[in-house]
Write a protein that binds this ligand. Sequence first.
Ligand SMILES: [Zn+2]
Ligand SMILES: [Zn+2]
Ligand SMILES: [Zn+2]
Ligand SMILES: [Zn+2]
Ligand SMILES: [Zn+2]
Length: 320
Amino acid sequence: MEPKFPAEIIRVGAGAQQHVDAYLEYHRIVRDDDGGTPFSEADFERYKRRVGPMRIKNRIYLSWANSKGMECKQIGPETKCFCGHLYHQHQVDFRTLPSERPIQQPCEIRGCGCLTYTYCPTAMGGSHPKCTCKHSGEQHSTRKPFKCKQVSCKCFGYKSAYNCGCGEPMYNHSMQSESKEERIAKGKPIGQEVIYKAMGGLTGFSSLMDGYMRYDNTGIGALPEEVLNSPITMNDHPFLRGNLASVVAHRRANKMPIDEREIRELESQQRRPGESELDYYERRYQERQKQSKIYKGPKKPAISNERSNFSITGSSVKRR
Ligand SMILES: [Zn+2]
Ligand SMILES: [Zn+2]
Ligand SMILES: [Zn+2]
Ligand SMILES: [Zn+2]
Ligand SMILES: [Zn+2]
């Protein structure tokens, strides 16, 4: 089975780890560009020399933004388009960046007909939210303006009343493509220079989270010992949660105690087979809600404010 990094964790022996790393590296760079037959070493080198400069100089930072320019969704290689195909299956490599905005990025899957990548959130169950014409997203054309294909339906283009986590309806959002220079000029992060295919808007650790969850409270200074030693649970800051796997590994290696809540959290962090990104965040949100009701954290009267500033609590996240 094809590993879908980072959603899946593969457990292997130390010797095999190297091969897995090499495979993942190759996969992230080439994706489907080898047509299913792995490149020879020489071909791979040639391929990297061809695409490398384009991916570093002409990367398109693609996001789905609301009317205020908030980047509610960063598009990454495996983010689905309204046409049903993934971002890396669309044109992402450009010798010269077109001047139009947003940049047209047609789907490269034969016969699809999608003219440019268009993000559409998936509702529970993994399908697009229903259109105001009452037909499902999938019953609409994959070509702009995404007319409904049902006979006698008067819909002139897919429009959903679905509300994004930012509070604005879906139809207030649009695709936003920026060059590296444009982002630098606006003071936005550009991430590492990588030659992985279709990195789009992914610039760091938390880019896969929805926009409204990405506003990190950093720079609050060093935390007291007591807080640092308490278990990392889902109510903690995304940075801590993101590092939980390495924290637990470190504790195991040093025979330090591991809180069972951390094990539970680690398990819950993994995306389950068949679970869409939105389902994943919904499940995490529900679990967080549940946990904040049951578990109030260790007694820490003097520092409780600091700790809660450092975490994202369910109540501060506005949902539909
Ligand atoms: Zn397509
Ligand atoms: Zn598409
Ligand atoms: Zn419709
Ligand atoms: Zn319709
Ligand atoms: Zn939004």
